[in-house]
Design a binder for this molecule. Structure first.
Ligand SMILES: [Zn+2]
Length: 190
């Protein structure tokens, strides 16, 4: 909840932690395209840069798997996690499905050793978001499946849902969701 996000002192758990942020898609891979035209690849880099700024302010060592509109293959993203011995790897995505009703945020882990991080992030996302929190669950995604480090993949709302799309592209949502992920990471390292 909001009190937990703002609780002073939580930042100390992030100091010197190596955190890889993986903005989904990029370059020739646009990811999903919203009903209103939002490109997933543009929104993931925006979210990643905001999250990076918050984590760096707390003293974390943050590396992005891409820093511009470039194509980076999935195995290369995982290699960055291994090369830097990431304390946490966070892959950011926006969701899509065939109907325009499905809404909300889902956090995924693959390996058992990744579950506590997914749980912590999902808990921090709590009910503070402007879209529903669908919780955390197993998900078969390359960047977490092939990752030997603690990793989570977060789908931060549905671009196939016109209401979600309007909400998730606001500065307010971007601020709230990155604060929640920040707090989830800090709680995980506590
Ligand atoms: Zn995606």
């Amino acid at each position: 909840n909001a009190d937990q996000v703002k609780r002073p002192g939580v930042e100390k758990y992030l100091e010197d932690k190596v955190i890889i942020i993986d903005p989904g898609h990029g370059g020739r891979d646009s990811g999903t395209i919203g009903v209103g035209g939002t490109l997933e690849k543009n929104l993931t880099i925006q979210t990643a840069e905001l999250l990076r700024d918050k984590l760096q302010a707390a003293g974390a060592k943050v590396i992005l798997t891409r820093s511009s509109n470039t194509y980076v293959a999935l195995p290369s993203r995982v290699s960055i996690s291994h090369i830097h011995n990431a304390d946490a790897f966070i892959s950011l995505h926006y969701d899509s499905t065939i109907d325009q009703i499905t809404s909300g945020i889902t956090t995924y882990y693959y390996h058992g050793y990744q579950q506590a991080l997914a749980s912590s992030i999902a808990h921090s996302l709590g009910s503070t978001m402007q879209v529903p929190n669908r919780g955390y669950r197993f998900g078969d995604y390359h960047v977490i499946r092939e990752n030997k480090r603690v990793a989570a993949l977060i789908e931060l709302g549905y671009l196939s849902n016109p209401v979600d799309e309007l909400t998730i592209t606001t500065n307010e949502y971007q601020e709230t969701v990155t604060s929640a992920i920040y707090n989830g990471l800090a709680r995980y390292f506590k």
